[in-house]
Design a protein around this ligand. Structure first.
Ligand SMILES: Cc1cc2nc3c(=O)[nH]c(=O)nc-3n(C[C@H](O)[C@H](O)[C@H](O)COP(=O)(O)OP(=O)(O)OC[C@H]3O[C@@H](n4cnc5c(N)ncnc54)[C@H](O)[C@@H]3O)c2cc1C
Length: 385
């Protein structure tokens, strides 16, 4: 499919592909096996200006939009989704500053994020607040000299590795979600430590960790935007970042499709390549159709966001749900086409299938997002232009 990418976007996509094939491919199985954070590759991505993509030019970025970020994430994920999410989570962690930060905060933090010197993370989830994010209990009490943070965040991508954390905490416990605020917290702040590092099914190169705040005093200037707007900001930030999860899913599915096609061409059974079997051909054709449809929806949604429209909650939920379901189906079918070999770690498809599962869970589970889409449908008038 021709997506009419600009010359800059084509260059960006092919650079990301080259890094993925030259630097990630040789080590992806080892990173997965050892659950090793890909610091060397993060440095390669920084040297190739990949962290500048999502930062505005005035803060030493390249001024790219949602589509540019999706192109990079897709290409990295085609080879290793664990590396891709470590990169993408740094964009997610920076979105609050980008969208709602003061000029002073932007000047202070964004150039280092753009240079890839500081990774970021986004911390919302807690043990009692997952899908129901409004149930968070972490507090940020206003005291003389700033805010005192207390509480524990869980499942934070880039936890322990990032230098900068966007943390959502309650500045007014009585008001619940309407009393939540967003803060930027630096790694070495006294009272901020790291808890359990999760051992995961997939995306094992990425770090997923608990953040523990015990009387952690942060300066008043680290409040992002205004008190009480943290939850609304979070919803807007996730709307903006969900196409990135879709891009991760598209990359994963593309990688699995390519591996399955190659295997089907060379695996001989009953005297012929299994590709000759109509059942296998049908599976591969369906996989290709689904990957292309997911890519088309991802690029269209990203372009819509880049056009500056104000409301894209529904579209962003739709693309995340659709592409992640495609990734799960296509990677599962890829394992099936490999037969017994697909179940073994000698081939990449078992990793891709494990990696795909998370795309249906994080940044809003697909059930919760389907409910959100249905909610919008109920509100909508009978016809739509
Ligand atoms: C690897 C990984 C990385 C993550 N990274 C981050 C991160 O960087 N930052 C961060 O803040 N969080 C992160 N998360 C958290 C993630 O966003 C949550 O796990 C996710 O939102 C689901 O919450 P939960 O796990 O508490 O599941 P629960 O909310 O307990 O859901 C359990 C089940 O109930 C269903 N369910 C719950 N409520 C409803 C409902 N209203 N309607 C229909 N079904 C419902 C869910 O769909 C799910 O199937 C990460 C999680 C993982 C696993």
């Amino acid at each position: 499919m021709e997506y009419f990418l600009s010359e800059e976007q084509k260059t960006l996509k092919s650079l990301a592909r080259r890094i993925a094939e030259e630097r990630i491919l040789p080590v992806r199985a080892e990173l997965d096996e050892k659950e090793a954070f890909p610091w060397e590759i993060i440095r390669d991505l920084a040297n190739a200006d990949m962290f500048r993509v999502f930062i505005p030019v005035e803060y030493e970025g390249l001024g790219g939009g949602c589509l540019d970020l999706c192109l990079v994430v897709e290409e990295l994920s085609r080879v290793c989704s664990g590396v891709a999410v470590s990169y993408a989570a740094s964009a997610l962690g920076g979105f609050a500053l980008l969208e709602y930060g003061s000029e002073e905060q932007k000047k202070k933090y964004l150039p280092d994020i753009a240079a890839g010197k500081k990774l970021t993370a986004f911390a919302l989830t807690e043990s009692t607040a997952g899908s129901d994010a409004s149930a968070i209990k972490t507090t940020a009490e206003k005291v003389s000299g700033g805010y005192l943070l207390n509480g524990t965040k869980q499942f934070v991508t880039n936890g322990g590795e990032a230098e900068l954390y966007t943390v959502i905490a309650l500045t007014d416990k009585e008001k619940g979600a309407r009393g939540a605020s967003a803060f930027i917290v630096e790694k070495d702040t006294p009272g901020f430590t790291f808890g359990k590092k999760e051992k995961k099914m997939g995306i094992r190169a990425s770090s997923t960790r608990e953040l523990v705040f015990k009387n952690c005093l942060i300066p008043e200037g680290n409040l992002i935007g205004k008190e009480g707007l943290g939850f609304i900001m979070t919803m807007r930030i996730l709307d903006r970042s969900r196409p990135g999860i879709a891009a991760q899913a598209v990359g994963l599915a593309q990688g699995a499709l390519e591996a399955a096609v190659e295997y089907a061409k060379q695996r001989i059974q009953f005297g012929h390549p299994i590709f000759a079997q109509p059942v296998v051909q049908n599976m591969l054709a369906d996989m290709a159709i689904q990957v292309e449809a997911a890519r088309a929806l991802t690029y269209a949604t990203a372009r819509m966001i880049d056009s500056g429209v104000r409301h894209f909650t529904e579209e962003s939920a739709m693309v995340k749900v659709f592409a992640s379901d495609v990734a799960m189906k296509v990677t599962t079918d890829a394992v099936q086409i490999f037969g017994g070999a697909g179940y073994m770690k000698d081939y990449p498809v078992e990793k891709m299938m494990r990696d795909a599962k998370i795309t249906q869970i994080y940044e809003g589970t697909n059930q919760v997002l389907r409910s959100a889409i249905a909610f919008e449908l109920r509100k909508r008038k009978a016809t739509r232009e």
